[in-house]
Structure formats: structure tokens, C-alpha cells
Design a protein around this ligand. Structure first.
Ligand code: SF4
Ligand code: FES
Length: 241
């Protein structure tokens, strides 16, 4: 089948602002949108820039907006998104992060906020003889959060970051914090609360659920944000605040 692929292009060296460029690509309906982009880059326009690595929904590097919705290009089949008689597909870079070039966004701010929640095990207590034992039930508590691949789809879809508070920490960042807050071996609760319980932390979230809708890993992002808010409230209550 022939697909009319409309791609948002932007080269900071030569363009004042982004513009759309259209390509006609011959593909099988079972091809993925990532295959289309690779085809365009190889055979039609070598200047096209986009990120990809694993091509199997694991690395999170090819999140982009396909027909208006944040998705992984490697997990999106042409037959599921081609629209109208001319099988058109529109591809744009993620929002809420500056465009670096074409479909690549600058991820510095996303990863700076990710690092701020200390996404690693904190425990200064003397380790027991061999290992810190955890029961299957305790491990299950943070299972959902471990699925995050840091693709930034949720960050792009967040209307709070876009319209109200660009400094809001971000959905993925709270997911990553909750991954350790819920880990029975971790002792970094207070260090993370110092980041989460601030006007830029969890509180700006208004439960729009856009993050949950677009997450390619099916993580209940909004639920984890709300559970984190609850943990903070309980902590304050315990301290009589
Ligand atoms: S929570 Fe989901 S959408 Fe957000 S970065 Fe992680 S995997 Fe991507
Ligand atoms: S290329 Fe790795 S998730 Fe799509």
C-alpha cells in the first residue's frame, strides 16, 4: 500500500520554525511507522533526523506524536494509524521539550528532573550477611513502576506542563520516585520527599489522565502520582504537620 507520510521538519541551522514535509512511501500494512521513517531516511531523504535503538519497545528512544497521539514508532503498525483514502500518517516530535532537529527533542530537562528524584536504591544500613531479602509480595508493590522505559510520552502529553506549570516535575519522574518509595529495602523516603513535596513536585498534577492514556507500557501513571500524594499526606500527619 502507498502511505502519505507527513513529517514535521526543523533544522535549527536553516529553519526559522518547524514545517511539514510530505513523502509517499510504499509499505506493507503490517510495517511499523518506524519502518516508514527508516525507508524515508534510506531512500528518499538522508537529512531526516529521528532517534531509535532497540526497535522493539524496550529502549524508549522513538516516542513521537503519530496522528496527534504520543506513541512508540516501533510499536505502531501502519494499518492501525493510516487514515482516509490516501492512507495518511502525520508524525511530529514530542511536546513539552525543545526540538533538537526534526523528530528529535532535547531530553536534558527530562533527565535532569528524573535524576532529581534519586532513582536508585538508598540504604546506608549495614547489609545483612548475604543480601537484602524481599518477599514476592513486597516486590509486587512496585512492579508497575519498573516497567517505565523513560520514553517521555507522558511528559509530552501532560497538559499541566504545557498549559499551567512548565516546572511540574513530570509524570515519569513521579513513577520513578514511586518505584523506590514502594521498595521495602529502600530508606530514601525523606530525601525524595524533599523533591516531591514542593510546589514543583507532585502537587501540580490535576488528574487529567493523559499520561496514563499514552503510556506505551500500560503503567497506571496517574494512580502512582495519587498514591505518592497520599504517602506525603500520611507522612505529614505522622509528624503532626
Ligand atoms: S511512565 Fe510510561 S509514558 Fe512515561 S516515560 Fe515511563 S514508559 Fe514512557
Ligand atoms: S526503538 Fe526502542 S522503544 Fe522503539
Amino acid at each position: 500500500m502507498k502511505v502519505a507520510l507527513k513529517i514535521e521538519r526543523f533544522n535549527p541551522k536553516s529553519d526559522a520554525k518547524p514545517h511539514f514535509q510530505e513523502y509517499s512511501v510504499d509499505v506493507s500494512e503490517n510495517d511499523r511507522v518506524l519502518d516508514l521513517l527508516i525507508h524515508v531516511k534510506r531512500f528518499q531523504d538522508g537529512s531526516l533526523a529521528f532517534r531509535k535503538s532497540c526497535a522493539h519497545g524496550v529502549c524508549g528512544s522513538d516516542a513521537m506524536i503519530i496522528n496527534g497521539i504520543e506513541r512508540l514508532a516501533c510499536k505502531t503498525l501502519v494499518k492501525d494509524v493510516a487514515q482516509n483514502e490516501n492512507n495518511s500518517i502525520t508524525v511530529e516530535p514530542l511536546k513539552n521539550l525543545p526540538i533538537q532537529r526534526d523528530l528529535m527533542v532535547n531530553q536534558d530537562e527530562f533527565f535532569k528532573r528524573y535524576k532529581s528524584v534519586k532513582p536508585f536504591l538508598i540504604n546506608d544500613e549495614k547489609a545483612p550477611g548475604r543480601e537484602r531479602i524481599q518477599s514476592p509480595e513486597e516486590r509486587k508493590k512496585f512492579d508497575d513502576a519498573t516497567k517505565c522505559i523513560l520514553c517521555a510520552a507522558c511528559f509530552s502529553a501532560c497538559p499541566v506542563i504545557r498549559e499551567k506549570n512548565p516546572l511540574f516535575l513530570g509524570p515519569a519522574q513521579v513513577v520513578q520516585a514511586s518505584r523506590f518509595l514502594d521498595d521495602s529495602r529502600d530508606r530514601g523516603f525523606e530525601a525524595r520527599i524533599a523533591v516531591l513535596d514542593t510546589p514543583k513536585g507532585v502537587w501540580p498534577c490535576e488528574n487529567h489522565f493523559k499520561c496514563t492514556e499514552v503510556c506505551p507500557r500500560g503503567i497506571k501513571v496517574t494512580k502512582l502520582i495519587n498514591l505518592t500524594k497520599k504517602k506525603i499526606k500520611n507522612y505529614r500527619e505522622r509528624r503532626g504537620q
